[in-house]
Design a protein around this ligand. Structure first.
Ligand SMILES: [Zn+2]
Length: 141
């Protein structure tokens, strides 16, 4: 691995960690429990207590941008990421799990903000990937 690509890995790590720290204490994504405010799992809706939450990309994933020259800040955004119980992380790759996460993000961030973000990042993609996600966002009531 060259110096440039390991610097990229570090940036990715930083951006990811910063976002995760923000989401863990975001008022729209936490709930009050007997242990204080805890992040809510986007899949099951229960608080994440006593275990480190996993962060999952929902609309556009690292897999979608692999091999493309796209900055990490494109996918590690609050419009795109949710926190999950490690056990729920297994279920989010199903169609139903994806839908749960998308509904959660619409409730937390608002449809217009998510749409604005998707429209902004569309320029990085040569495929219709982002446009397909915009159509799906529009279908969520
Ligand atoms: Zn869960």
């Amino acid at each position: 691995m060259g110096v440039k690509s390991s610097q990229k890995q570090n940036d990715l790590f930083d951006v990811r960690n910063r976002l995760k720290t923000q989401l863990v204490s975001d008022p729209k994504r936490t709930v009050f429990t007997k242990d204080g405010y805890k992040p809510v799992c986007a899949f099951c809706g229960l608080p994440i207590i006593g275990i480190a939450p996993m962060m999952h990309e929902v609309w556009i994933t690292r897999g979608d941008v692999m091999g493309c020259d796209i900055p990490p800040s494109v996918t590690f955004t609050r419009e795109n990421c949710v926190l999950l119980h490690p056990r729920c992380n297994v279920s989010v790759h199903t169609k139903r799990g994806q839908r749960h996460c998308k509904n959660f993000l619409v409730a937390a961030e608002g449809k217009p903000n998510i749409r604005k973000w998707l429209e902004k990042i569309d320029e990085y993609f040569k495929s219709d990937l982002v446009l397909a996600e915009i159509r799906e966002l529009d279908s969520i009531s």
